[in-house]
Design a protein. Structure first.
Length: 330
């Protein structure tokens, strides 16, 4: 009996090890690096959470230029990494090719829909979270002029801007929203100096609250706001701590949850393909309140945001999705 129990225990341990060995997860970051304090770092945090909870190591890679995308993806798939999560829409073209070459590999891409049988496409209703921080911005503004700075000038980032404009205008038609972008190439995600310069220009035009959706560029936006005595709004990750007391809030886009769940679902053999669209109802977007910004949020502001969130979830308020028609009606 003792030998049998020992044998069963040994078999159980071997089985657990074998199961863990079958999972060789990987995450590949977009331009800007994994410590951009924003989108990429959220992906990194999700992978780190998975590793901390399971003890399973993951592989990672930070590309230096667009030419590395297809090569990196093919190398990871060829090495048996599975699942492979890509952070960012710019991975779409490389994934179209490589996913077909490795039909047994599970892929997940964030911010892009790739219609392949072995791909999970994870997108977010950024307009809903942006609407909420737009409400907060307009209520916090003394000048009734607020602003938005996007990174790369593409429809996805206009989606953030349009939701923000809608939320700000819901407070009152007199609210003015300035809008600008840092560039038309991927370099736009990692230019904090230019982000700061655009923010200063917007302050000169009367803005006293600025929301960025610009990756690493946004660090410069938040710095400029703090230096000018204005308020900034962060994005993707909680950026409240970057300028304590000077960041009104951060629009949370739960990229960390997307990566964590992709790894976890693969580990538990529950990985599902197709499109996952995450909004307020699914807790895919939101806003951050912590010790760094809670003093900035008045009871009236909190009540207005709570109502807007409830109305959006209930469907009584529908936030326009810029990408549905590449137009913003607000």
């Amino acid at each position: 009996m003792k030998k049998t129990l020992l044998g069963l225990l040994a078999f159980s341990m071997m089985s657990a090890t074998a199961l863990a060995a079958d999972i060789k997860p990987a995450v590949i970051f977009d331009l800007g690096g994994k410590f951009d304090k924003s989108f990429n770092e959220a992906a990194f945090n999700g992978a780190e959470k998975f590793k901390a909870e399971t003890g399973i190591e993951y592989r990672e890679f930070e590309i230096a230029n667009d030419a590395q995308r297809e090569q990196a993806l093919r190398r990871f798939a060829g090495d048996g990494n599975n699942p492979i999560v890509m952070a960012g829409f710019s991975w779409g073209a490389a994934l179209e090719k490589v996913s077909a070459e490795y039909p047994d590999t599970k892929f997940a891409i964030i911010d892009m829909v790739t219609d392949k049988p072995n791909v999970k496409s994870i997108v977010f209703k950024e307009q809903e979270g942006s609407y909420l921080v737009g409400v907060m911005a307009a209520m916090a503004s003394k000048s009734k002029t607020v602003s938005f700075i996007g990174g790369m000038d593409i429809p996805l980032i206009h989606k953030f801007a349009c939701g923000y404009i809608g939320g700000a205008k819901s407070v009152g038609p007199e609210v003015k929203v300035l809008e600008a972008y840092t560039g038309t190439t991927p370099d736009a995600w990692n230019d904090p100096v230019k982000g700061g310069e655009i923010a200063k220009s917007q302050f000169d035009q009367g803005s006293d609250v600025v929301y960025h959706a610009a990756g690493g560029t946004g660090v410069g936006v938040l710095q400029a706001a703090a230096d000018a005595g204005k308020l900034g709004i962060g994005v993707d990750s909680n950026q409240n701590m970057l300028q304590p007391g000077k960041v009104l809030t951060s629009m949370l886009k739960r990229v960390d949850v997307a990566v964590y769940e992709a790894f976890t679902d693969a580990k538990n053999d529950k990985f599902e393909f197709g499109i996952s669209n995450l909004g307020l109802k699914e807790d895919g977007v939101g806003y951050a309140v912590d010790e760094n910004n809670k003093a900035l949020i008045t009871p009236e502001m909190q009540a207005a945001v709570d109502k807007a969130k409830a109305d959006i979830i209930a469907g009584t308020v529908e936030v326009h999705d810029y990408m549905s028609d590449e137009a913003c009606p607000y």
